[in-house]
Design a protein around this ligand. Structure first.
Ligand SMILES: Cc1cc2nc3c(=O)[nH]c(=O)nc-3n(C[C@H](O)[C@H](O)[C@H](O)COP(=O)(O)OP(=O)(O)OC[C@H]3O[C@@H](n4cnc5c(N)ncnc54)[C@H](O)[C@@H]3O)c2cc1C
Length: 338
């Protein structure tokens, strides 16, 4: 049933105050199709919500906020010992990571403890510790807003990039993802060359060991949204030309930098912000995290407007000092007033 004027302040990990004009949580395809039909007929803007961990919600979300809660999970053994995992969009991502590791299936163990739902994972091609969703994704099942038709996209059609996919471009606000199909393997294939992961693990770890190690590192580095409101990394790591990176390295020889295959150089947004002296900054109800400048935090009692003002300040400081443009990662939704 579609509810009206629903409080979403506990449905986003930043804990920002927001009310949805209409809200529907459903794990039923027919109900989802019916809601999409109504949204089109009545001209309601559609917002699809997952766990709310990559959003900046403004106070008023007009139209229909739809939360898919499909929780089906099925394992299909295929050739070469691989396993296809059919996972409903409403499943908790970390619970899925744990479920696969418990069966010693390899593929997404490095993506442990990323908050949110399975259905949101392709939107920004979630990634951590040298692994991206795109490495294991086979298919995305979705419903189209315009006609309720179900389509299955394969990996190539998703146009994955760094924190990017077709769902942020041609298909933005136009589809509801209902299920993912991932290809994982019972063959051990640990990827431990990132940070100090290898040093934390036995010589021949099982997938659950990797999940535990990644989770431990993340708990040390990142604030728990249940304790302190945040949306993880607030800015993408910027990519600059090799000439620009070289010029910066002459002034800052210790600057972290990662040359890319396309000739660009990826920089660490957190390092750039830290160098501007902004780590641990507090302005009113919002700030930057004391251990990770890349994470903007909401201490409670604040608003999207305050957070966005702080984000602008960070962007301006980094631009002025390094001539590098930071891009916001979490999606801005809703509007300031009814
Ligand atoms: C502490 C913390 C750490 C994080 N670490 C990482 C990290 O290491 N790597 C990383 O990549 N991200 C990270 N994130 C960001 C976030 O967890 C991921 O982007 C996650 O996939 C968002 O899932 P969600 O269900 O919360 O999506 P939401 O925030 O609810 O939505 C995000 C986007 O997905 C869309 N969406 C959600 N569900 C669907 C669906 N079923 N169909 C269509 N569209 C949908 C929404 O419309 C929105 O555009 C972190 C966040 C936090 C708070």
């Amino acid at each position: 049933m579609i509810r009206r004027n629903v409080d979403l302040s506990r449905a986003n990990t930043l804990g920002l105050p927001c009310r949805a004009e209409r809200f529907l949580a459903t794990d039923d395809i027919a109900t989802t199709r019916d809601a999409l039909r109504q949204a089109v007929e009545r001209d309601w803007p559609l917002t699809v919500l997952g766990g709310g961990s990559n959003l900046v919600l403004q106070p008023w979300l007009p139209g229909l906020a739809l939360k898919p809660t499909f929780a089906d999970l099925r394992f299909e053994e295929v050739g070469e010992g691989d396993v296809l995992v059919h996972a409903g969009a409403g499943l908790n991502w970390h619970a899925l990571v744990e479920a696969l590791a418990a069966r010693d299936l390899w593929g997404i163990e490095n993506l442990a403890l990323i908050p949110g739902h399975v259905g949101a994972a392709p939107i920004q091609n979630i990634g951590a510790y040298g692994v991206e969703l795109a490495d294991v994704l086979e298919q995305v099942h979705l419903l189209h807003l315009e006609d309720g038709q179900e389509t299955v996209l394969d990996r190539e059609e998703c146009a994955f990039g760094y924190r990017d996919s077709v769902f942020k471009h041609a298909l933005e606000n136009r589809v509801v993802i209902t299920r993912l199909v991932l290809r994982v393997s019972p063959q051990a294939r640990p990827r431990l060359d990132y940070g100090d992961l290898a040093a934390r693990l036995p010589a021949r770890p099982c997938a659950s060991d990797v999940v535990a190690a990644v989770s431990a590192v993340r708990r040390e580095k990142l604030p728990d949204p249940k304790v302190l409101g945040n949306a993880g990394s607030f800015f993408k790591n910027p990519v600059v030309s090799s000439g620009h990176a070289q010029a910066l390295l002459e002034r800052h020889p210790t600057m972290p930098h990662f040359p890319l295959a396309n000739g660009g150089v990826k920089l660490a947004a957190g390092w750039l912000i830290d160098q501007c002296g902004l780590k641990g900054l507090r302005e009113g109800h919002v700030g930057t995290h004391e251990r990770q400048a890349l994470v903007l935090v909401h201490h409670g009692g604040g608003s999207a407007a305050e957070l966005l003002a702080l984000a602008r300040h960070v962007i301006e400081e980094v631009q002025a000092r390094f001539d590098v443009a930071l891009e916001q990662e979490p999606r801005l939704m809703g509007r300031a007033a009814r």
